[in-house]
Design a binder for this molecule. Structure first.
Ligand SMILES: [Fe+2]
Ligand SMILES: [Fe+2]
Length: 246
């Protein structure tokens, strides 16, 4: 159940809906440019489906960048497959993902660790790195494409369910409820600082990893919900109450 749709100007959303107690989407973004890039790979088990979707647009062997936004299996489980099949490719990630994880992993391809402000020039699209620690991992970062004014926020601005490629609804309350249920943010404060920062970028598009892409019209609903509603960890992990001894 993997589909691919062009959302805006050479940016394709590859989306697979899985059952996680209800439908839940895992997205990757293919950027078709002089130096093609794939933003997140999906889990290892999704590699062939994602590669076939990439193949509808370009030869996956031409990928020059595979980018992971934090070290987690839905971000990078397919990295060996994609990088092994693309001889000129480089894995790009945050400096922390490299130092903390990849440097001690059995990954043998080329790696670039980036800090805030670094830019990868794909040709028409230029991807700027934003370090966003603790949203939701220590090593987290986001990308901003200056050309299409597209933000790639990974797991921020999440939506559950089987969403269309572009979401126009206000699902802000559902987003905050899902975050409380799964417990991915330790605290609201570092997240709200990043919300302020990405809002100031004035994005036209927000391409999240789970759900549909947001537009200028729908993005403010999600920003407002994160400012006004609680969403940090409150004792549940993936819906399971964690009861620790006193
Ligand atoms: Fe994540
Ligand atoms: Fe994710």
């Amino acid at each position: 159940m993997t589909r691919i749709d062009e959302v805006v100007d050479g940016i394709y959303r590859i989306s697979t809906t899985l059952d996680a107690g209800g439908p839940f989407q895992f997205n990757q973004f293919l950027i078709d440019d002089e130096r093609p890039a794939l933003v997140h790979t999906g889990m290892h088990q999704m590699y062939e489906a994602v590669r076939d979707a990439v193949g509808q647009v370009l030869d996956p062997g031409r990928l020059e960048y595979v980018i992971l936004l934090h070290f987690e299996s839905d971000e990078c489980g397919g990295m060996n497959g994609f990088l092994g099949g693309a001889p000129d490719s480089t894995l790009a990630c945050s400096a922390l993902s490299d130092d903390l994880n990849l440097s001690g992993w059995d990954y043998r391809g080329r790696v670039e660790g980036h800090i805030d402000g670094d830019v990868i020039d794909l040709g028409r699209h230029k991807l700027r790195f934003l370090e966003t620690p603790h949203v939701h991992h220590w090593d987290s970062m986001m990308l901003f494409d200056e050309t299409t004014k597209s933000l790639f926020p990974s797991d921020l601005f999440i939506q559950a369910g089987d969403q269309p490629p572009v979401v126009t609804e206000n699902l802000g309350a559902e987003m905050c409820g899902l975050y409380r249920e799964v417990g991915i943010f330790a605290h609201e404060e570092p997240v709200r600082k990043v919300v302020d920062r990405v809002e100031a970028l004035d994005p036209d598009w927000v391409h999240g990893m789970h759900g549909g892409s947001l537009t200028r019209e729908s993005f403010p609903y999600f920003v407002r919900a994160l400012r006004e509603q609680p969403f940090a960890y409150e004792g549940k992990l993936l819906g399971r109450p964690v009861e620790l001894p006193a």
